[in-house]
Design a protein around this ligand. Sequence first.
Ligand code: ATP
Length: 235
Amino acid sequence: MLSVEGIDLFYGDAQALAGVSLTIPEGAITAIVGANGAGKSSLIRTIAGIECPRAGRITYRGQPVQGRPSHEICNLGIGQVAEGRQIFPTLSVLENLEVGSHLPRARRRKAASLAEVFGLFPRLAERKSQAAGTLSGGEQQMLAIGRCLMGRPELIMFDEPSLGLSPALVEQMFRIIERLNRENGLTVILVEQNVAASLQLAERAYVLETGRIVMSGSGAELLNDDRIRAAYMGI
Ligand code: ATP
């Protein structure tokens, strides 16, 4: 569905991604794991068209997308739930969700999308008139996911969805991602520092270290790999 080939990304003189290549199969959950500063967010932001790579190719459903503006990439069906949620705190829950349906691909299906999002997150329906900034951390994360779903993505990229959530909410967040994949048929890229949980969920995974892919395999293979267990799980 998505192929990334030989991506180099620089911030000024500092190289954040070096020759990164990966393939994202349709219908699967693919995890990208790695330590703080490894380049995970940079990779997601590059696929989303927010950062412009110096070299490499990104192909979505056979068409090159690198260098295209982010709204065009969103409109192709690549959605992103950014790190830190980035909702609009003074807008209501409903207004935040409506922002997500402004994409041309999603406009006409706004009512159906809203019903789906409220079905998935009944808490958002209960609080639809409330200012988004007054929601709890977990509810804000649900809103960020809901807003992305309003854009009718086919591929959804999650950047650290568990960040700052309590253990019970982290568990709930992973179940939601699993459900979006299994029941709603969304292809998922999951970027996480929570390595064990994301490898359990993912069919395929890549390990990013200082801007390079150093290992890849099935989630189960990496979960049982001694180097991964020692480096990322403290086992
Ligand atoms: P984290 O989990 O901390 O977000 P990450 O794996 O997502 O880490 P990135 O945020 O992609 O890593 O950062 C990769 C490298 O690029 C880091 O060295 C970081 O300091 C640097 N970096 C990220 N964004 C910028 C920026 N806008 N300008 C300059 N350097 C940046």
